[in-house]
Design a protein around this ligand. Structure first.
Ligand code: AP5
Length: 323
């Protein structure tokens, strides 16, 4: 599985990445960790990145992309990985897409961790990281038994240079300007999952894993109300005004067709909803069209796909428009 975690600084990407990657038995690749390790070793890469990191700015794309391209070719990354902190802007996302396509691969899913700015500042100002194993702690929310020592490996804990309040605020601005547009980018690709990243760490891990399981394989039996709710939650964009993509419309229409075939919708009802799906501009409007119907497991349908290869796609007005 090739997975990306996206979210503002302090959303818990590093915290969740360590648990999710270990659960899925894939390596966690954190560009922030790689840069920090190079800074502490005084390498040429570290010297180049240091000033940008201390200011809370992004390291230039050419440096970051070259570093990630090398890392993705290492042996442990051949059967999947979890990317934490990359891509960080649309040009990086486009480059990653081209790179993967050249290797005959693609991302499976992008998981967005949604938290508000005040929570971010609370979290980052109390963060401590282990110098030896990289384990992330928080002085209040996830404290180690001894203030400056990692419970897991006995390593020394340190506070990151970019976790000063003024730098945190700047990093949030950089996120809003440069990284947040990735949410729309990946929603358009049809591979975005958004989860609420507030609450206890273990609950968020469980939320993330169950959303991922449904998105990748959707193994549960179809037809329960819980499945319908869960499916809508996992598709919910963080911004309620975020426009729905062609892939979202396509998926909704595929489901409406199944309900028509199963006799849960009359032809007239189906046509009305088809029109509404065509007119919908947000994921919320699409969800409304399925709200009173039982959930269907797309992956259990014989011709089911969430991608544009869906057989009916070319006959739909938006399918024709996109070619
Ligand atoms: P990076 O290391 O990626 O930093 P970031 O994105 O700003 O994210 P953070 O690591 O600060 O936060 P996080 O979401 O991982 O939160 P965490 O789990 O630690 O990047 C650093 C710098 O490197 C960038 O500014 C840039 O200069 C450069 N860089 C990196 N990638 C780049 C790229 N692709 N392009 C260009 N430049 C790049 O959690 C935070 C705290 O909250 C912890 O203390 C944790 O214990 C606590 N916490 C976590 N979850 C919870 C919870 N549920 N409840 C309470 N507390 C919690």
């Amino acid at each position: 599985m090739r997975l990306v975690l996206v979210g503002p600084p302090g959303a818990g990407k590093g915290t969740q990445a360590q648990f999710i990657a270990s659960h899925l038995s894939i390596p966690k690749i954190s560009t922030g960790d790689i840069f920090r390790s190079n800074v502490s070793q005084g390498t040429a890469l570290g010297r180049r990145a240091q000033a940008f990191m201390e200011r809370g700015d992004l390291v230039p794309d050419e440096v970051t992309i070259a570093m990630v391209t090398d890392r993705l070719q290492e042996d442990d990354a051949q059967s999947g990985y979890l990317l934490d902190g990359f891509p960080r802007n649309v040009p990086q996302a486009e480059t990653l897409k081209k790179l993967l396509s050249a290797w005959d691969a693609r991302l499976d899913v992008v998981l967005e961790l949604v938290v508000d700015d005040d929570e971010v500042v609370r979290r980052l100002s109390g963060r401590r990281t282990c110098r030896r194993c990289g384990r992330i702690w928080h002085v209040l929310f996830d404290p180690p038994a001894h203030r400056e020592i990692c419970d897991d490996c006995g390593g020394e804990l340190f506070q990151r240079d970019d976790d000063r309040e003024e730098t945190i605020r700047h990093r949030i601005e950089v996120y809003q300007e440069q990284t947040a547009p990735l949410v729309a980018f990946y929603a358009d690709e049809g591979i975005l999952l958004g989860i609420d990243a507030t609450g206890p760490v273990e609950e968020i891990t469980e939320r993330a894993l169950s959303a991922l399981r449904r998105f990748i394989r959707l193994p549960r039996a179809a037809g329960t109300v819980e499945a319908a709710v869960a499916e809508r939650e996992m598709r919910m964009p963080s911004d309620p005004k975020l426009r729905c993509s062609d892939a979202d419309r396509e998926r909704t229409v595929a489901l409406l067709r199944e309900h028509l075939a199963a006799g849960r919708l009359t032809a007239e009802e189906f046509n009305e909803r088809l029109e509404a799906a065509f007119a919908a501009r947000t994921q919320g409007q699409l969800d409304e069209l399925l709200a009173d119907l039982p959930a269907i497991d797309l992956y259990e349908l014989p011709d089911a796909t969430v991608r544009r290869s869906w057989p009916g796609y070319g006959q739909l007005p938006w399918g024709r428009r996109s070619g």
